[in-house]
Design a protein around this ligand. Structure first.
Ligand SMILES: [Zn+2]
Length: 399
Protein backbone atom coordinates (compact mmCIF):
# COMPACT_ATOMS: atom_id res chain seq x y z
CA UNK A 1 0.00 0.00 0.00
CA UNK A 2 1.74 3.12 -1.16
CA UNK A 3 0.01 6.43 -0.62
CA UNK A 4 -0.38 8.60 -3.64
CA UNK A 5 1.96 11.49 -3.27
CA UNK A 6 1.57 14.97 -4.54
CA UNK A 7 2.79 18.33 -3.50
CA UNK A 8 1.06 20.77 -1.25
CA UNK A 9 1.63 24.41 -1.87
CA UNK A 10 3.22 26.56 0.75
CA UNK A 11 -0.06 28.31 1.14
CA UNK A 12 -1.67 25.08 2.26
CA UNK A 13 0.99 24.50 4.83
CA UNK A 14 0.65 28.01 6.09
CA UNK A 15 -3.05 27.64 6.36
CA UNK A 16 -2.37 24.78 8.73
CA UNK A 17 0.08 26.98 10.55
CA UNK A 18 -2.35 29.85 10.67
CA UNK A 19 -4.98 27.73 12.33
CA UNK A 20 -2.43 26.64 14.82
CA UNK A 21 -0.72 29.87 15.67
CA UNK A 22 -3.54 32.26 15.35
CA UNK A 23 -1.75 35.13 17.00
CA UNK A 24 1.73 34.55 15.62
CA UNK A 25 3.14 35.98 12.45
CA UNK A 26 3.21 33.04 10.08
CA UNK A 27 6.66 31.69 10.81
CA UNK A 28 7.25 29.66 7.70
CA UNK A 29 6.53 32.57 5.41
CA UNK A 30 9.95 34.12 5.84
CA UNK A 31 11.85 30.95 5.15
CA UNK A 32 11.34 30.65 1.43
CA UNK A 33 11.06 26.92 1.82
CA UNK A 34 11.57 25.04 -1.41
CA UNK A 35 8.45 23.39 -2.67
CA UNK A 36 9.98 19.95 -2.17
CA UNK A 37 10.23 20.53 1.57
CA UNK A 38 6.51 20.80 1.78
CA UNK A 39 5.41 17.76 -0.14
CA UNK A 40 3.26 15.25 1.62
CA UNK A 41 0.54 12.86 0.62
CA UNK A 42 -2.76 14.52 -0.04
CA UNK A 43 -4.91 11.66 -1.25
CA UNK A 44 -4.54 9.64 1.92
CA UNK A 45 -6.06 6.18 1.61
CA UNK A 46 -8.20 4.54 4.24
CA UNK A 47 -6.55 1.77 6.20
CA UNK A 48 -7.07 -1.74 4.85
CA UNK A 49 -8.11 -3.11 8.22
CA UNK A 50 -10.22 -0.15 9.36
CA UNK A 51 -12.25 1.18 6.45
CA UNK A 52 -13.18 4.57 7.91
CA UNK A 53 -9.76 5.26 9.45
CA UNK A 54 -6.76 6.91 7.82
CA UNK A 55 -4.58 7.81 10.77
CA UNK A 56 -3.86 6.54 14.25
CA UNK A 57 -2.61 8.39 17.33
CA UNK A 58 -1.26 6.30 20.22
CA UNK A 59 -0.70 8.10 23.50
CA UNK A 60 1.21 6.24 26.19
CA UNK A 61 -0.28 8.12 29.13
CA UNK A 62 2.72 7.01 31.06
CA UNK A 63 4.69 7.48 34.20
CA UNK A 64 2.49 4.96 36.01
CA UNK A 65 -1.17 5.99 36.26
CA UNK A 66 -3.71 3.99 38.22
CA UNK A 67 -7.25 3.45 37.03
CA UNK A 68 -8.35 5.14 40.26
CA UNK A 69 -6.94 8.44 39.05
CA UNK A 70 -8.10 8.07 35.47
CA UNK A 71 -11.57 7.66 33.99
CA UNK A 72 -14.40 8.82 36.20
CA UNK A 73 -12.06 10.05 38.91
CA UNK A 74 -12.68 13.70 38.20
CA UNK A 75 -9.05 14.13 37.11
CA UNK A 76 -9.59 13.38 33.45
CA UNK A 77 -12.72 15.10 32.14
CA UNK A 78 -11.34 15.16 28.60
CA UNK A 79 -10.44 11.49 28.56
CA UNK A 80 -13.82 10.77 30.08
CA UNK A 81 -15.51 12.44 27.13
CA UNK A 82 -13.35 10.59 24.61
CA UNK A 83 -14.11 7.36 26.44
CA UNK A 84 -17.84 8.03 26.37
CA UNK A 85 -17.69 8.24 22.59
CA UNK A 86 -15.35 5.30 22.25
CA UNK A 87 -14.47 1.99 23.83
CA UNK A 88 -12.96 1.56 27.29
CA UNK A 89 -11.03 -1.57 28.15
CA UNK A 90 -11.17 -1.19 31.90
CA UNK A 91 -9.46 -4.49 32.58
CA UNK A 92 -6.19 -4.05 30.71
CA UNK A 93 -3.42 -6.16 32.18
CA UNK A 94 0.00 -4.50 32.16
CA UNK A 95 3.20 -6.12 33.32
CA UNK A 96 5.59 -4.15 35.50
CA UNK A 97 8.87 -4.12 33.59
CA UNK A 98 9.82 -0.64 34.70
CA UNK A 99 8.57 2.47 32.94
CA UNK A 100 10.80 2.03 29.93
CA UNK A 101 10.28 -1.69 29.62
CA UNK A 102 6.52 -1.56 30.01
CA UNK A 103 6.11 1.33 27.58
CA UNK A 104 8.31 -0.55 25.12
CA UNK A 105 6.02 -3.55 25.60
CA UNK A 106 3.14 -1.47 24.26
CA UNK A 107 5.10 -0.65 21.12
CA UNK A 108 6.47 -4.15 20.54
CA UNK A 109 3.40 -6.15 21.54
CA UNK A 110 5.55 -8.34 23.78
CA UNK A 111 6.08 -8.46 27.53
CA UNK A 112 9.85 -8.62 27.30
CA UNK A 113 11.80 -7.39 30.29
CA UNK A 114 14.86 -5.32 29.56
CA UNK A 115 16.26 -5.48 33.08
CA UNK A 116 19.69 -4.01 33.44
CA UNK A 117 19.80 -3.25 29.75
CA UNK A 118 17.19 -0.62 30.27
CA UNK A 119 19.01 1.84 28.09
CA UNK A 120 19.29 -0.54 25.18
CA UNK A 121 16.88 -0.66 22.32
CA UNK A 122 14.34 -3.41 22.18
CA UNK A 123 15.40 -6.59 20.41
CA UNK A 124 11.86 -6.83 19.08
CA UNK A 125 10.53 -4.60 16.32
CA UNK A 126 8.24 -1.75 17.28
CA UNK A 127 4.87 -0.89 15.87
CA UNK A 128 6.53 1.96 13.95
CA UNK A 129 8.84 -0.45 12.17
CA UNK A 130 6.11 -2.95 11.36
CA UNK A 131 3.97 -0.22 9.88
CA UNK A 132 6.73 1.49 7.95
CA UNK A 133 8.25 -1.66 6.54
CA UNK A 134 5.21 -3.73 5.83
CA UNK A 135 2.72 -0.99 4.93
CA UNK A 136 5.47 0.72 2.94
CA UNK A 137 5.12 4.10 4.63
CA UNK A 138 7.86 6.72 4.33
CA UNK A 139 9.39 8.18 7.48
CA UNK A 140 7.43 11.37 6.94
CA UNK A 141 4.27 9.45 7.86
CA UNK A 142 5.32 7.88 11.15
CA UNK A 143 6.30 10.01 14.13
CA UNK A 144 7.05 9.76 17.80
CA UNK A 145 6.81 12.68 20.20
CA UNK A 146 8.44 11.99 23.54
CA UNK A 147 8.53 13.74 26.87
CA UNK A 148 12.23 14.07 26.36
CA UNK A 149 14.32 11.55 28.25
CA UNK A 150 17.14 9.92 26.34
CA UNK A 151 15.76 6.50 27.13
CA UNK A 152 12.49 7.32 25.47
CA UNK A 153 14.16 8.03 22.15
CA UNK A 154 14.71 4.26 22.01
CA UNK A 155 11.03 3.74 21.34
CA UNK A 156 11.53 5.01 17.79
CA UNK A 157 13.03 1.76 16.52
CA UNK A 158 14.46 -1.54 17.68
CA UNK A 159 17.78 -3.31 17.29
CA UNK A 160 16.20 -6.02 15.14
CA UNK A 161 18.23 -6.70 12.02
CA UNK A 162 15.27 -7.01 9.67
CA UNK A 163 13.72 -3.77 10.92
CA UNK A 164 15.63 -1.16 12.91
CA UNK A 165 16.52 2.42 12.09
CA UNK A 166 15.59 2.15 8.42
CA UNK A 167 11.98 1.79 9.48
CA UNK A 168 12.00 3.92 12.62
CA UNK A 169 9.67 6.73 13.54
CA UNK A 170 10.72 10.31 13.04
CA UNK A 171 11.56 11.50 16.48
CA UNK A 172 10.70 14.79 18.04
CA UNK A 173 10.67 15.92 21.63
CA UNK A 174 9.31 18.88 23.48
CA UNK A 175 12.85 19.79 24.46
CA UNK A 176 14.12 19.56 20.94
CA UNK A 177 15.79 16.22 21.46
CA UNK A 178 16.46 14.36 18.30
CA UNK A 179 18.61 11.48 17.27
CA UNK A 180 22.24 11.95 16.36
CA UNK A 181 21.45 11.28 12.74
CA UNK A 182 19.22 14.31 12.70
CA UNK A 183 22.05 16.45 13.97
CA UNK A 184 24.36 15.12 11.28
CA UNK A 185 21.83 15.77 8.60
CA UNK A 186 21.33 19.29 9.83
CA UNK A 187 25.08 19.85 9.95
CA UNK A 188 25.51 18.50 6.45
CA UNK A 189 22.71 20.35 4.80
CA UNK A 190 23.67 23.95 5.46
CA UNK A 191 24.08 24.71 1.79
CA UNK A 192 20.65 23.51 0.92
CA UNK A 193 18.79 25.15 3.74
CA UNK A 194 17.11 28.42 3.00
CA UNK A 195 18.49 31.62 4.38
CA UNK A 196 16.80 32.88 7.47
CA UNK A 197 16.52 36.13 9.30
CA UNK A 198 19.21 36.61 11.99
CA UNK A 199 16.93 36.10 14.97
CA UNK A 200 15.45 32.99 13.42
CA UNK A 201 18.94 31.73 12.79
CA UNK A 202 19.81 32.41 16.42
CA UNK A 203 16.79 30.45 17.56
CA UNK A 204 17.82 27.60 15.33
CA UNK A 205 21.37 27.69 16.66
CA UNK A 206 20.09 27.50 20.20
CA UNK A 207 17.99 24.57 19.23
CA UNK A 208 20.89 22.83 17.55
CA UNK A 209 22.85 23.34 20.73
CA UNK A 210 20.09 21.63 22.67
CA UNK A 211 19.99 18.60 20.44
CA UNK A 212 21.52 15.71 22.25
CA UNK A 213 21.22 12.01 22.35
CA UNK A 214 23.42 9.11 23.39
CA UNK A 215 21.98 6.99 20.66
CA UNK A 216 24.35 7.52 17.80
CA UNK A 217 24.27 4.54 15.48
CA UNK A 218 27.60 4.96 13.77
CA UNK A 219 27.65 4.14 10.12
CA UNK A 220 24.08 2.99 10.01
CA UNK A 221 22.57 5.85 8.12
CA UNK A 222 19.81 8.03 9.30
CA UNK A 223 16.36 7.77 10.70
CA UNK A 224 15.03 11.07 9.47
CA UNK A 225 15.30 11.46 5.73
CA UNK A 226 16.62 14.81 4.41
CA UNK A 227 13.25 16.00 3.23
CA UNK A 228 11.70 15.21 6.57
CA UNK A 229 14.63 16.80 8.34
CA UNK A 230 14.23 20.04 6.49
CA UNK A 231 10.56 20.04 7.26
CA UNK A 232 11.27 19.24 10.86
CA UNK A 233 13.67 22.12 11.04
CA UNK A 234 11.11 24.47 9.65
CA UNK A 235 8.54 22.95 11.90
CA UNK A 236 10.75 23.43 14.93
CA UNK A 237 10.93 27.12 14.28
CA UNK A 238 7.19 27.23 13.85
CA UNK A 239 6.91 25.32 17.04
CA UNK A 240 9.33 27.56 18.91
CA UNK A 241 7.27 30.53 17.94
CA UNK A 242 4.14 28.69 18.92
CA UNK A 243 5.01 29.20 22.55
CA UNK A 244 5.87 25.67 23.59
CA UNK A 245 9.17 26.79 25.06
CA UNK A 246 7.22 28.85 27.55
CA UNK A 247 5.58 25.80 29.10
CA UNK A 248 6.88 25.34 32.63
CA UNK A 249 5.99 23.83 35.96
CA UNK A 250 5.11 20.33 37.13
CA UNK A 251 4.55 18.07 34.16
CA UNK A 252 5.99 20.56 31.68
CA UNK A 253 7.83 17.92 29.65
CA UNK A 254 4.69 15.90 29.12
CA UNK A 255 2.73 19.02 28.26
CA UNK A 256 5.36 19.92 25.67
CA UNK A 257 5.30 16.43 24.21
CA UNK A 258 1.54 16.64 23.79
CA UNK A 259 1.72 20.18 22.42
CA UNK A 260 4.32 19.11 19.89
CA UNK A 261 2.13 16.15 18.99
CA UNK A 262 -0.84 18.44 18.46
CA UNK A 263 1.12 20.80 16.26
CA UNK A 264 2.57 17.89 14.37
CA UNK A 265 -0.84 16.39 13.79
CA UNK A 266 -2.29 19.66 12.60
CA UNK A 267 0.51 20.48 10.19
CA UNK A 268 1.92 17.19 8.93
CA UNK A 269 -1.00 14.86 9.55
CA UNK A 270 1.10 11.71 9.84
CA UNK A 271 -0.49 8.29 9.41
CA UNK A 272 0.82 7.04 12.75
CA UNK A 273 1.77 9.27 15.66
CA UNK A 274 3.06 7.96 18.96
CA UNK A 275 3.24 10.14 22.06
CA UNK A 276 4.96 9.07 25.26
CA UNK A 277 4.46 10.76 28.62
CA UNK A 278 6.30 10.23 31.85
CA UNK A 279 5.87 13.00 34.38
CA UNK A 280 3.19 11.21 36.41
CA UNK A 281 6.08 9.31 37.96
CA UNK A 282 6.52 12.30 40.24
CA UNK A 283 4.08 10.22 42.29
CA UNK A 284 7.00 8.47 44.00
CA UNK A 285 7.43 11.62 46.05
CA UNK A 286 4.05 13.27 46.00
CA UNK A 287 0.55 12.04 45.38
CA UNK A 288 -0.68 15.59 44.92
CA UNK A 289 1.87 16.39 42.24
CA UNK A 290 0.97 13.13 40.51
CA UNK A 291 -2.65 14.21 40.31
CA UNK A 292 -1.55 17.62 39.05
CA UNK A 293 0.35 15.94 36.20
CA UNK A 294 -2.58 13.71 35.31
CA UNK A 295 -4.92 16.68 35.17
CA UNK A 296 -2.51 18.68 33.08
CA UNK A 297 -1.96 15.80 30.68
CA UNK A 298 -5.69 15.31 30.40
CA UNK A 299 -6.06 18.96 29.43
CA UNK A 300 -3.42 18.60 26.75
CA UNK A 301 -4.94 15.37 25.48
CA UNK A 302 -8.20 17.30 25.29
CA UNK A 303 -6.50 19.94 23.15
CA UNK A 304 -4.97 17.31 20.91
CA UNK A 305 -8.38 15.72 20.55
CA UNK A 306 -10.01 19.07 19.84
CA UNK A 307 -7.41 19.75 17.15
CA UNK A 308 -8.26 16.43 15.52
CA UNK A 309 -11.99 17.02 15.73
CA UNK A 310 -11.64 20.57 14.49
CA UNK A 311 -9.73 19.59 11.37
CA UNK A 312 -11.90 18.65 8.41
CA UNK A 313 -9.37 16.16 7.14
CA UNK A 314 -8.74 14.50 10.49
CA UNK A 315 -12.08 14.66 12.27
CA UNK A 316 -13.80 11.66 10.77
CA UNK A 317 -10.80 9.53 9.90
CA UNK A 318 -8.47 9.51 12.90
CA UNK A 319 -8.36 6.88 15.62
CA UNK A 320 -6.95 7.55 19.07
CA UNK A 321 -5.63 5.07 21.64
CA UNK A 322 -4.67 6.12 25.18
CA UNK A 323 -3.27 3.91 27.94
CA UNK A 324 -0.60 4.05 30.64
CA UNK A 325 2.28 1.56 30.71
CA UNK A 326 1.11 0.36 34.13
CA UNK A 327 -0.55 1.67 37.30
CA UNK A 328 0.89 2.22 40.75
CA UNK A 329 0.79 0.64 44.21
CA UNK A 330 -2.41 0.39 46.18
CA UNK A 331 -1.10 2.22 49.25
CA UNK A 332 0.83 5.42 49.81
CA UNK A 333 4.49 5.15 50.75
CA UNK A 334 6.04 6.91 53.73
CA UNK A 335 6.49 10.11 51.71
CA UNK A 336 2.79 10.13 50.94
CA UNK A 337 3.67 9.20 47.43
CA UNK A 338 2.97 6.14 45.31
CA UNK A 339 5.58 3.66 44.14
CA UNK A 340 5.05 0.79 41.74
CA UNK A 341 5.97 -2.72 42.78
CA UNK A 342 3.37 -4.19 45.12
CA UNK A 343 1.86 -6.58 42.58
CA UNK A 344 -1.62 -5.25 43.26
CA UNK A 345 -4.43 -4.83 40.75
CA UNK A 346 -3.87 -1.08 41.10
CA UNK A 347 -0.47 -1.69 39.54
CA UNK A 348 -1.39 -4.29 36.96
CA UNK A 349 -4.89 -3.32 35.83
CA UNK A 350 -5.14 -0.14 33.82
CA UNK A 351 -7.60 1.52 31.49
CA UNK A 352 -7.26 1.67 27.73
CA UNK A 353 -9.34 4.16 25.76
CA UNK A 354 -9.93 3.68 22.03
CA UNK A 355 -11.80 6.20 19.94
CA UNK A 356 -12.24 6.26 16.21
CA UNK A 357 -14.60 6.17 13.26
CA UNK A 358 -14.46 2.38 12.99
CA UNK A 359 -14.90 1.74 16.69
CA UNK A 360 -17.92 1.28 18.86
CA UNK A 361 -19.20 4.20 20.85
CA UNK A 362 -20.05 4.18 24.53
CA UNK A 363 -18.80 0.65 25.02
CA UNK A 364 -17.04 -0.68 28.11
CA UNK A 365 -15.24 -3.99 27.65
CA UNK A 366 -14.71 -5.74 30.99
CA UNK A 367 -13.07 -8.84 29.53
CA UNK A 368 -9.38 -8.89 30.39
CA UNK A 369 -7.12 -7.63 27.63
CA UNK A 370 -3.42 -6.80 27.71
CA UNK A 371 -1.38 -3.71 27.06
CA UNK A 372 0.50 -5.72 24.43
CA UNK A 373 -2.74 -6.08 22.44
CA UNK A 374 -2.56 -2.48 21.28
CA UNK A 375 0.35 -3.04 18.88
CA UNK A 376 -1.27 -5.96 17.01
CA UNK A 377 -4.58 -4.09 16.93
CA UNK A 378 -3.11 -1.01 15.30
CA UNK A 379 -0.89 -3.08 13.01
CA UNK A 380 -3.94 -4.97 11.85
CA UNK A 381 -5.70 -1.71 11.06
CA UNK A 382 -2.77 -0.90 8.77
CA UNK A 383 -3.07 -4.34 7.19
CA UNK A 384 0.19 -5.48 8.72
CA UNK A 385 0.98 -8.62 10.70
CA UNK A 386 3.42 -7.88 13.53
CA UNK A 387 5.13 -11.24 13.31
CA UNK A 388 6.98 -11.06 16.61
CA UNK A 389 4.22 -9.52 18.71
CA UNK A 390 2.57 -11.81 21.25
CA UNK A 391 -0.58 -9.86 21.99
CA UNK A 392 -3.88 -10.33 20.20
CA UNK A 393 -6.37 -7.93 18.70
CA UNK A 394 -8.52 -6.00 21.17
CA UNK A 395 -11.95 -7.65 21.27
CA UNK A 396 -15.29 -5.89 20.80
CA UNK A 397 -13.58 -2.80 19.49
CA UNK A 398 -14.98 -2.45 16.00
CA UNK A 399 -18.51 -1.29 15.33
ZN1 LIG B 1 8.64 5.19 38.73
Amino acid sequence: MTPHRSTLGRRDLLRGGAALFATAALPGAAFGLPESFLSRPVAVPFLPGAPATKRVVLVVFGGGVRAREMLGSGNTPNLDRIAEEGVVFNNTYARNNGHYGSATNIFTGRFESYGIRENARSADPTLFEYIRRDADLPSTEVWLSTAGSDQETNYAYSAHGDYGYRFGANLIGGEGIFNAEFREVIAGSQDRLPRREPDEEAALQRLRGAIKTPLGVAGTGQINDPEATARIESYILDELQGGTTGITGIGANDAKSLRVARNLMAIFKPRLLGVTLRNADIAHGSFNDYVTVIRRNDEEVGRLFAAIRGDAELADSTAVFVLPEFGRDRDLNTRRGLDHGDGSDDLHKVQTVAWGPDFRSGKVVTKEVQSIDVCPTIADMFGVRPSMARGGKLPNLFA
